[in-house]
Every structure is written in C-alpha cells, then in structure tokens.
Design a protein around this ligand. Structure first.
Ligand code: GLP
Length: 260
C-alpha cells in the first residue's frame, strides 16, 4: 500500500485530483470507478475546477459507481444517481451514456447486480477505482463480514452505516436498509485503487485497514492484497497509524517516492 499523508483535507484532495487527472490524461478513454459520500465532494469539486480552468476532459471516459440504495429511483434526491449528477456529471464533459450506477429501483436487484458485473467486464475492467471508507471499515457498501471474494450483489446495511447516512434522509426509518454494491473482489479486480479518508472519525478504520490483520471484519483491509492501492489521508485520518515515520520517510508530505 502506498500511504500518502497530507497536512489537511484541501491538500489531500488536490493530491487525489492529480492522480485522477494523470490517469485521464494518459488514457483519455479510461474506465473510472467512482464513489460517493461526503469525503468525495471536495475531490469532485477539484476535478470540476480543473475541467473549467485547465480543460481536463472526461469526454471519452466511462464510469461505474460503487453502489446505489435499493428502492430509490435515479430521480430520488437522496439517490447516488442524484449525488453523482450534482457533484460531478453535470459539471464536467462526461458522456452521460457512458456513466453507470447500479439500478437500485430494478424489479430484480439480483439480476441487476449480475448485469452490472457483466457491464464492467465488457468495458474492459476498471482502470482506477476511487474509494472512501466507512467508520466501520466498509468500502462501497461491503459491511464487516462481507466476503472478500464477493462480487456485485445486494447487501444489508448495518445500523451504524444507516445512522451515518441518516443525515441525507428525513429519519432513520427512511434511510434505506439495502443496497446494490460492487463486491470486495470486484473492487480488487480494478487495475488501481485510490482510497481517500479525511477527519478524525476515520482514524480507527484507517489504522485497521492499513496496519490491522487482513480480515472480513474490516473489508477495507482487503486492499492489502491489491498490488496498486494508494491511500490518501489528511493528518487527522492518519492519527492512529503507528508506522507514520515510515510513510513520511517513503513519501515526504505525500509526494511520490524516488522510484515512482
Ligand atoms: C457510504 C458509501 C461509501 C463511503 C462511505 C463513507 O456508506 N457507500 O462508499 O465511502 O459512505 O462516506 P463519507 O465520506 O460520507 O464518510
């Protein structure tokens, strides 16, 4: 794992935006795996700004989002479809016909999950998968004890995840119980992974992901198996790591190492 520690959220997001921009410039038709959540909002803002100011183009890219709530239509204001439109798709030149999210309102969510896997495969797989992390160590909606070999499927959300996401809904009861999510193995099949975590609330999950045992109890720890996983943290999210001196030594202020 490449652990990059930046002094604050802003510099962490700029660092992440550099990596996304480099991917798209090197391969204009890159397949991007996209993520939702509060952490990602300033990253999408930074990418939209680079589109406006520097002409960074997403016109030839294809995208696949990690997950979507079951039962929410794309037009629902709390759906991840809406989130992506508002945070990113409407602000850059991405071709909407090549953006994909799981169909949370499908009559048969199980069949929709299988179709989603097939779509990713037909697109040639994901070049760069963006990820956030839940306070309980989830990635996508792969909650603790999710199979490390899992593929896109239906997951039941934990109460702690529902409570964390309740802020977007009117009440806990209204917060969806189920989601379609890429599986841990789907995520690991991406050619590169880029996980972002900011703020003290993520420090425990980050320490378990990076320095804890590989375990379904912390699905994000599965990234230890990925050959090209970059973890971008601000100081607060890195607060419970014990090998910080080493990460700083290899990547001073989150810069590339001499061999990158
Ligand atoms: C949701 C999403 C995850 C995201 C997590 C953390 O549960 N399904 O993909 O990483 O929330 O969100 P936040 O960045 O708001 O803390």
């Amino acid at each position: 794992m490449k652990v990059l520690i930046l002094p604050d959220e802003h510099s962490a997001m700029q660092r992440a935006a550099d990596i996304v921009a480099r991917t798209v410039r090197n391969k204009p038709d890159a397949v991007l795996g996209l993520a939702t959540g509060g952490t990602m909002l300033p990253l999408y803002e930074a990418l939209a700004q680079r589109h406006r100011d520097e002409g960074l183009s997403f016109a030839a890219t294809t995208s696949f989002n990690l997950d979507e709530y079951i039962g929410l239509a794309p037009e629902h204001p709390c759906s991840y479809h809406s989130y992506m439109r508002e945070a990113f798709f409407d602000r850059v030149d991405i071709d909407r016909t090549r953006t994909h999210l799981p169909k949370g309102d499908a009559d048969d969510p199980q069949a929709a999950s299988l179709e989603y896997e097939a779509l990713i495969e037909n697109a040639g797989g994901i070049d760069l998968q963006l990820l956030g992390i839940g306070q309980n160590g989830h990635i996508g909606f792969n909650e603790p004890t999710a199979s490390l070999g899992s593929r896109t499927r239906i997951k039941t959300l934990t109460d702690s995840t529902r409570r964390a996401n309740q802020r977007y809904f009117n009440s806990f009861e209204e917060t969806p119980r189920y989601a379609i999510t890429m599986g841990v193995a789907t995520i690991l099949a991406s050619r590169k992974c880029l996980l972002l975590a900011t703020g003290e609330a993520k420090a425990d999950a980050v320490a378990r992901m990076v320095e804890g045992p590989l375990s379904a109890a912390c699905p994000a720890s599965a990234l230890q198996l990925h050959a090209k996983a970059t973890i971008i943290l601000d100081d607060a999210a890195a607060g419970q790591l014990t090998l910080t001196d080493y990460y700083e030594n290899v990547h001073p202020q989150g810069r590339d190492s001499v061999f990158d």
